[in-house]
Design a protein around this ligand. Structure first.
Ligand code: DC
Length: 227
């Protein structure tokens, strides 16, 4: 017998470049459908902050690999969002959004061993969501629909004009060279930023945040009625 739609666990994958609209819409979808919100960019940022704290440079491959082996992950829930613990400590938001992390995160994220160290942890967020009785997971990043959850129930790829994205970041008060990060993220060999085959691609340049949410929510709503 098929389980009723309201009891089925769903995975929503949202990929896209910096300031493409992923975070804002993921958070709203999490609230609307009782999903665990997982921002995998914050995971790469947390790991980057840790490497920098240890004095490990992205160019020193052996040191990065050794440091990656020593990472001990945990998850703490902040409302509906999953925050990564490293050695029992959540790296504060101010630290993971700092200028130095912005400048370094793409370099660490391009290293296959760093990505491998985070792979099982990211997939494990679905178990965290189940254990806490969420209806599913909405996970945002660069390779969610291609590598982490290629069989996700919903896969979206958001993109927007670079000028518009720079304007959004400036409005948030962040100093972030998003064009440079996107260049590194899109050209790396392992899991580059790209629209996964079969994902729904949405240009958010001229859409309001509410319109982006409605575009993403429509197919989910059709399958999973809001509580
Ligand atoms: O989403 P964000 O801009 O906070 O992500 C920070 C960096 O982390 C981004 O420049 C590339 C990397 N990242 C990644 O390589 N893969 C992911 N799934 C998420 C982020």
């Amino acid at each position: 017998m098929t389980a009723p739609a309201s009891t089925s666990f769903i995975i929503v994958a949202i990929d896209g470049g910096a300031a493409s609209g992923k975070s804002t819409s993921s958070k709203v979808l999490a609230e609307r459908f009782n999903l665990l919100h997982v921002d995998t960019g914050s995971f790469y940022r947390g790991v980057t902050a840790e490497f920098l704290r240890l004095g490990v440079a992205a160019a020193d491959h052996a040191a990065v690999v050794a440091a990656a082996r020593e990472l001990h992950f945990g998850t703490r829930l902040h409302g509906r969002s999953a925050a990564m613990e490293l050695g029992g400590r959540v790296v504060p938001d101010a630290e993971i959004r700092s200028k130095i992390v912005n400048a370094n995160v793409s370099h660490f994220a391009a290293i296959p061993e760093v990505r491998a160290a985070l792979l099982a942890y990211q997939r494990g967020q679905a178990d965290v969501a189940r254990a806490h009785r969420f209806q599913g997971v909405v996970m945002e990043g660069r390779d969610i629909g291609s590598v982490i959850f290629p069989d996700a129930d919903f896969r979206f790829f958001l993109h927007a004009d670079p000028t518009e994205r720079a304007r959004r970041r400036a409005k948030e008060g962040h100093h972030d060279s998003i064009a440079e990060r996107d260049r590194i993220d899109s050209t790396r060999k392992t899991a580059p930023l790209a629209c996964p085959v079969g994902a729904v691609s949405i240009d958010t340049t001229r859409l309001t945040p509410a319109q982006v949410v409605e575009t993403l929510a429509a197919p989910i709503e059709a399958r999973l009625p809001a509580p």
